[in-house]
Design a protein around this ligand. Structure first.
Ligand code: NAD
Ligand code: TDX
Length: 353
């Protein structure tokens, strides 16, 4: 099995590649532009594996991507490359439209040209998995869950750009009969998570005795999934999903942000005792504009149709994640040096309430 993965130097893409090579024994070509969020050090476990290849390229570059299809001849595409941080999409939406919308268009067109050029069994088994987010459905009130039939209602430039790319992917399936599938997943967390996102930011700020910023009153709810559960889900969808379908992926782990951050603080207090409880570092700051109140995924289709289930509870996953950050400063240290405070000072200009 030959899999072309885009965005493989990112948080989820690197987990997908480690899974495909180390657990499944597949051949992988990783296409990644290496933006600020792309970190080749997340792929050290496979860097010297003969099944791993890397091409530094922009998914918007038609020539580079077409050539990669022609030479690598993938059986599957798993398209993860994207601008992924909501705060950055609020301050500079252009890159999100460029990569998430136009980049996905280019990936679909290059895949179509390649797919139309192949025949027989190779053509029959070809799949294009477009990896997306539950944020395309907008915000939920209490008691509801996102299903695959939920209405698209994105709030941020990020989620709007992902919604646009989902529509392109679906249109390529309907119009050209391309074997495209779409996955919509809830918030991921785990090792190699870029330290601008809530969980790694809270772990590292609390560890270093810095304030832990929480938007608004901290009661927004996210449905957390351990990244390795997501990697397995994506492989399952690419392997057994029905073409033209969407699959919602989630861990049934709804938590209020304030409770997530409290759990991180109390866990750290046990593992690395400090002078005072780290909970005192939590600081409520100005809310994110357009901040969705609640996300929660109904993963029944994944569970019943494809037999996938999240294996990691949030409590055990967060402990594994904190342990990983404590043991792997070599990975996050250099990233913190370059990106510490970027989102707080320049993007949100948060002020204490
Ligand atoms: P990430 O920001 O950690 O990684 C994105 C990767 O894409 C980086 O390696 C970056 O260098 C690369 N990239 C960006 N623009 C590129 C371009 N123009 N050409 C080539 N490569 C480019 O993102 P992530 O959190 O790993 O998310 C991966 C995918 O999963 C995204 O499509 C995202 O929308 C989706 N998703 C993420 C989450 C989450 O909680 N992180 C949840 C659901 C869905
Ligand atoms: O400093 C912070 N303080 C805070 O309160 C940050 C960075 C976030 N938050 C809040 C906003 C959200 O309610 O925490 C929650 C999680 O925020 P992020 O980590 O920025 O993730 P989110 O905006 O929910 O989006 C993530 O999950 C869905 C990924 O970044 C997306 O790519 C994915 O699609």
């Amino acid at each position: 099995m030959r899999v072309l993965v885009t965005g493989g130097a990112g948080f989820i893409g690197s987990a997908v590649i480690r899974h495909l090579i180390l657990e499944k024994g597949y051949e992988v070509l990783n296409i990644d532009k290496l933006t600020y969020a792309g970190t080749l050090s997340s792929l050290l476990a496979v860097a010297h594996n003969p099944s791993y290849r890397f091409l530094r390229a922009d998914i918007c570059d038609g020539r580079a991507v077409a050539e990669a299809f022609a030479t690598f001849k993938p059986d599957r595409v798993m398209h993860l490359a994207a601008e992924s941080h909501v705060d950055r999409s609020i301050s500079s939406a252009g890159e999100f439209v460029q990569t998430n919308v136009l980049g996905t268009f280019n990936m679909l067109e290059c895949a179509r040209t390649y797919w139309q050029s192949i025949t027989g069994e190779t053509r029959h088994k070809f799949r294009f998995l477009h990896v997306s987010t539950d944020e395309v459905y907008g915000s939920l009130s209490e008691g509801q869950l996102f299903s695959e039939n939920s209405r698209y209602d994105p709030s941020s430039p990020y989620s709007a750009s992902k919604a646009a790319s989902d529509h392109l992917a679906k249109a390529w399936a309907r119009t050209y009969n391309m074997p495209v599938l779409v996955s919509n997943c809830s918030n991921n967390y785990g090792p190699f998570h870029f330290p601008e996102k809530l969980i790694p930011l809270a772990i590292l700020n609390a560890l270093e005795g810095k304030s832990v910023p929480l938007y608004g009153d901290g009661t927004n709810i996210r449905d957390w999934l351990f990244v390795e559960d997501h990697a397995r889900a994506l492989d399952t969808i690419a392997e057994r999903g029905r073409v033209g379908e969407s699959y919602n992926v989630g861990g049934r782990n709804e938590w209020r942000n304030i409770d997530v951050v409290r759990l991180i603080c109390s866990t750290l207090d046990v593992l690395v005792p400090a002078d005072r409880p780290r909970e005192e570092l939590i600081q409520l700051i100005e809310d994110r504009p357009g901040h969705d109140l609640r996300y929660a995924i109904d993963a029944a289709k994944m569970e019943k149709e494809l037999g996938w289930k999240a294996l990691c509870s949030f409590e055990s996953g967060i402990e594994k994640t904190i342990d990983w950050y404590l043991a792997n400063q070599w990975w996050w240290g250099p990233l913190r040096k370059h990106h510490d405070g970027v989102h707080l000072e320049t993007l949100t200009s948060g002020t204490a309430k």
